[in-house]
Design a protein around this ligand. Structure first.
Ligand code: PGA
Length: 250
């Protein structure tokens, strides 16, 4: 059985006080939940303060990105070592916004995943096709390329610690969600790819989240699909009531 994992990606939103109010509220609302992993993913500048509030609770902290080096002259970057020092257990890698606006490639994603694993950070690696690619029938080629490139050179043991987030770019922040069947079809395809590149046991064990306009109204249907193991939530993770409802999916 794969343990569900729900993560809230706050992107570049909230103030420090808003972030603290949100984690305090979530800590209270979600305290009884033990059968799924819960992660909040604040901007870098709020990580440490949010960690202080959540320490010892059932809610983990993740970052939205990281550099692959431990330290160095890389102005503006944040290292995996710094993230663990702030209490981070997870890090989103290769989000489509980083791929589109900051030119992240599969090669960079691959370096970041390997580095995260060295520092004991669980990477949440995002993959997904654009609307153009879906309409040109390229979805499966794009996904296969991202899987091959992003996970190149990993052992089964390393891959077993990676979480994948399938996020069709056309569904992110648009209110347009993939149907549960559309999403599950891609999740199953990803598992098939992993079986070929690694082995069947690994493919069956890797957790694959769905992301893209996940909301209280659609989370139950999405999560009921056999190959969907949780959600990476953007907009709906900025409010305690909607994020708590998604975490508590039935
Ligand atoms: P959304 O974002 O839920 O606002 O569509 C998802 C994501 O980008 O991870």
């Amino acid at each position: 059985m794969r343990r569900p994992i729900i993560a809230g990606n706050w992107k570049m939103y909230l103030t420090l006080s808003g972030a603290l109010d949100l984690v305090k509220d979530l800590k209270e609302r979600l305290k009884g939940i033990a059968d799924r992993d819960i992660v909040v993913i604040p901007p870098f500048t709020y990580l440490h303060s949010c960690h202080k509030v959540l320490e010892g609770s059932n809610i983990n902290i993740g970052a939205q990105d990281m550099h692959w080096e431990k330290e160095g002259a890389f102005t503006g970057e944040v290292s995996p070592f710094m993230l663990t020092d702030c209490g981070c257990k997870f890090c989103v890698i290769g989000h489509s916004e980083r791929r589109a606006y900051f030119h992240e490639t599969d090669e960079m994603v691959n370096k970041k995943i390997k580095s995260a694993l060295i520092y004991g950070i669980i990477p949440i690696c995002c993959i997904g096709e654009t609307l153009e690619q879906r309409e040109a029938d390229q979805t499966f080629d794009v996904i296969e390329g991202q899987v091959r490139g992003g996970f190149a050179g990993l052992t089964s043991g390393q891959m077993g610690r990676v979480i994948i987030a399938y996020e069709p770019v056309w569904a992110i922040g648009t209110g347009r969600t993939a149907t549960p069947e559309q999403a599950n079809e891609v999740h199953a395809f990803i598992r098939g790819n992993l079986a070929g590149l690694f082995d069947t046991e690994l493919a069956n064990n890797v957790r694959i989240q769905y992301g893209g306009s996940v909301k209280p109204e659609n989370c139950d249907d999405l999560m009921s699909q056999p190959d969907i193991d949780g959600a990476l939530v953007g907009g709906a993770s900025l409010k305690a009531d909607s994020f708590a409802r998604i975490v508590g999916f039935k």
